[in-house]
Design a protein around this ligand. Structure first.
Ligand code: AMP
Ligand code: MG
Length: 412
């Protein structure tokens, strides 16, 4: 994939890289029907229309008494005898003129009644209810179809299903929903220095953090993970595992080995198996990013630095995965907040500063940044609630508005 705005020597902008990636992200075409209780976080494959009006009939919004408004005296009290009792789940009878029905929340209005008085607002004497003005015609009645009219679309294709969407589907009687198949994502981490936690750490070794960051990120997106472990820094091993990963998965994601050092074998390993582009992206952390295909399987080679892995995954792999899963809106909703810091030196690359939000007594929400913004300091990401972006060539003075990407947007 060659981009006209980019040559090997130059940096590619984040936006440009994202546009190139999303242009390649085709949704999986397999759809399955899932019981609604199993659809949390799945992507809806076809828009859903309600065949019902909700409510299906006029019903009472209160525990109280239902009557015809025209039976109420214009002034003072009205006494109506109570001629029937309608609990939720039962249908009443036509209301005898000049009488009221004892009615409960959710019970259908009996034919002839149009108004409900709540029980706290009336008196009962023997079998009569005494209703006091003021009363508004039609009060405390939920109208047929006022929530959902039959024939309206209740859920749009490409939506990530949330608990309230599951409830909404159930409320119109849908037992199953068509959703896109879950994506299988293969991951492995390159590096002779890597040791799995739980084992002793010999001199020169480090624990494999990226495996767990990636596992968590992918779980949060609802992916099935094929974990191929740690791969040593040699060409043959990298090539073998890449080929195996691509055979099993819809997407392959690796960490490390994508720079151009002697110990970076990912690019050479992909050559011969498929196609790869090494991008130098104008972002900090996370400059190198490899993207390509092995056979027909898309491949992301993320950098090795733990913060870069997190940032490049969130900015590039995440929207790509979501789009392949069939989701329409794949970009995070960002907010603008005041900077509670100075950023005096403009950079060539867009900064993604790990930050927290603090709301002060003046009602303003301000972003505070972590002291150590190194791309190796994973504690910055763990501390943060999101990332403040500083565009290329910009500085920031305390009090200026900056863009904040909440992690809740990226990880939910
Ligand atoms: P690389 O891109 O392979 O040169 O790695 C860049 C830096 O990230 C090096 O300091 C590596 O030791 C570190 N690194 C690479 N992979 C991991 C990993 N899985 N977990 C933690 N750190 C890593
Ligand atoms: Mg390495």
């Amino acid at each position: 994939m060659t981009d006209p705005c980019f040559t090997e020597k130059e940096l590619m902008s984040v936006d440009n890289a994202l546009a190139l990636l999303l242009a390649k992200a085709q949704p999986v075409d397999e759809i399955e029907y899932a019981d609604i209780s199993n659809t949390l976080g799945r992507i809806l494959a076809q828009s859903q229309t309600s065949t019902l009006n909700i409510p299906t009939a006029d019903n009472s919004a209160m525990d109280g008494y239902a009557f015809a408004y025209r039976d109420i005296h214009a002034q003072g009290e009205t006494r109506l005898s109570v001629s029937q009792r309608i609990p939720a789940g039962q249908a009443g009878h036509p209301l005898l003129p000049g009488t009221a029905a004892r009615i409960f929340t959710g019970a259908p209005m009996p034919p002839g009644a149009d108004t409900v008085v709540m029980q706290e607002h009336c008196r009962v004497e023997e079998d009569r209810v005494i209703i006091q003005h003021p009363i508004k015609s039609g009060q405390n009645v939920r109208r047929t179809g006022e929530d959902i009219a039959a024939g309206t679309i209740i859920l749009t294709a490409g939506t990530k299903l949330r608990p309230q969407d599951m409830g909404l589907a159930a409320s119109v009687g849908l037992a199953q929903l068509p959703v896109y198949r879950t994506l299988r994502v293969a991951i492995f981490c390159t590096g002779d220095e890597l040791v799995a936690p739980g084992n002793p750490l010999a001199p020169g070794k480090i624990y494999n953090a990226n495996r767990y960051t990636l596992t968590g990120l992918l779980r949060a997106l609802g992916c099935e993970i094929i974990d191929l472990g740690i791969v040593p820094d040699n060409l043959a091993a990298t090539r073998t595992i890449l080929a195996a990963a691509a055979r099993q998965a819809d997407i392959v994601i690796t960490s490390g080995g994508v720079s151009v050092g002697e110990e970076d074998h990912v690019k050479a390993a992909v050559d011969g198996l498929g196609h790869i582009d090494l991008w130098r992206i104008a972002m900090k952390p996370g400059k190198p990013l490899a993207f390509g295909t092995i056979g027909s399987t898309p491949f992301f080679g993320l950098p090795g630095n733990p913060v870069s892995v997190f940032a490049t995954f969130c900015l590039f792999a995440r929207p790509f995965i979501l789009r392949r899963q069939g989701m329409i809106n794949v970009l995070p909703q960002t907010v603008y907040v005041e900077a509670d810091f100075d950023w005096p030196k403009a950079g060539h690359r867009r900064e993604y500063l790990r930050a927290r939000l603090a709301t002060a007594e003046d009602g303003k929400t301000r972003a505070v940044i972590f002291a150590n913004q190194s791309s190796a300091a994973l504690s910055s990401v763990s501390w943060a609630q999101g990332m403040v972006t500083i565009p290329e060539g910009h500085t920031v003075q305390r009090g200026q508005m900056v863009r904040f990407i909440p992690f809740t947007e990226l990880l939910a």
